[in-house]
Design a protein around this ligand. Structure first.
Ligand SMILES: Nc1ncnc2c1ncn2[C@@H]1O[C@H](COP(=O)(O)OP(=O)(O)OP(=O)(O)O)[C@@H](O)[C@H]1O
Ligand SMILES: [Mg+2]
Length: 327
């Protein structure tokens, strides 16, 4: 470690191996009586040095005093420590980047729907105005109202995501889940794709009051409904059914079923993993995000193929305790 032969060391002062002696190294002309430990520099025979920790412990008997010095080479350890620190800060940086990327994808995903609806309705509005038939103000007003509603929703999503980033979650309130379901159904079905889809709502739950973030749960429902519609794209007699029921006294289950293509074998086991998609223009983030939201609310989500064709996606949410409270 130091490059000395044994006989060169024996009988020598420890100062031979250690850098400038700190003043507390001796007290009153003797080795310090207490244990002593310090980081410093150890010096090799050839004059080169390396970082080291020196620990000195003195053991006194009635007649003698023995001092044990332990010198620990910190060179390798410091390197390893530095590497761990560098790795940790790199990991933190990557985690931040990843989170940012995920946020950006989520935002892109959620804004697609209201923006597409705004574009559709605006085009419709122009056509109405350009058409030769005289349009009533009422017709135009209806279309403009739809545009306003979607623009407000886009704003809501952005505000909500900002809250999510700064506070780690949106605000939870007591909400009637069946009411949210109806609203989400309306929002998701609004626009052109409703055409030709038979929809059915079967609200069987007697209790549906839960402490939730309304926008988040609506996002989950809209993701599931959108997926169902997309799965029924070229299917005859498409039918979308949403059922609610109380699985136990303290749980509500919401089931979104379609008569579409069914879950394909490639994605079956990885449905809820981010960026898994079988669609040419799909981001593959809808279900991953839905799972995150439902689990953050203490619920569970799963999807399965239906025996009669199509798929069923189910999520559960814990209810607020108390007597039946359906509005
Ligand atoms: N109702 C459904 N029927 C059949 N397959 C489905 C259904 N819902 C989801 N899937 C499958 O799960 C995949 C992942 O769905 P997810 O909603 O996460 O992403 P996506 O719909 O492909 O894209 P996007 O991010 O735009 O929602 C889909 O690509 C599809 O293969
Ligand atoms: Mg989707």
């Amino acid at each position: 470690m130091f490059g000395y032969e044994e006989q060169e060391i024996i009988g020598n002062d420890i100062g031979l191996l250690w850098g400038p002696r700190p003043s507390e190294f001796r007290s009153n002309g003797r080795w310090a009586t207490r244990g002593w430990s310090r980081r410093g520099t150890a010096i090799r025979k050839d004059g080169t040095s390396f970082p080291a920790a020196l620990t000195m412990v003195t053991d006194r008997t009635a007649t003698d005093a023995f001092t044990t010095a332990v010198l620990q080479d910190l060179g390798a350890g410091d390197d390893a420590e530095r590497q761990v620190q560098e790795l940790q800060s790199e990991l933190a940086r990557l985690a931040r980047l990843n989170e940012l990327g995920e946020m950006a994808s989520t935002l892109a995903h959620e804004l697609t729907q209201p923006l597409a609806a705004i574009a559709n309705y605006s085009q419709g509005c122009s056509r109405l105005m350009a058409s030769e038939h005289t349009q009533t103000g009422e017709q135009l007003q209806n279309v403009l109202q739809e545009i306003t509603q979607h623009a407000l929703r886009a704003g809501d999503i952005i505000r909500h995501l900002r809250e999510f980033i700064t506070r780690g979650g949106g605000e939870k309130r007591l909400e009637h889940i069946q009411q949210l379901t109806e609203e989400a159904m309306k929002l998701a079905l609004m626009g052109s794709r409703l055409a030709g889809i038979e929809t059915e709502l079967c609200f069987e739950a007697k209790r549906d009051l839960a402490l939730v973030d309304r926008i988040q749960i609506e996002q989950v429902l809209m993701n599931l409904i959108r997926n169902a519609i997309e799965a029924m794209d070229s299917i005859e007699d498409p039918k979308l059914t949403i059922t609610t029921r109380n699985e136990s006294d303290n749980t509500i289950v919401v089931e979104v079923s379609d008569t579409g293509s069914g879950i394909s074998a490639e994605v079956e086991g990885v449905l809820f993993r981010p960026f898994v998609s079988s669609k040419p223009r799909g981001l593959g983030i809808g279900l991953a995000m839905s799972k995150r939201i439902i689990e953050a609310h203490g619920g569970r989500i799963n999807g399965r193929r239906r025996a009669c064709g199509g798929s069923t996606f189910t999520f559960s949410l814990p209810l607020k305790e108390g007597p039946p409270h359906v509005q």
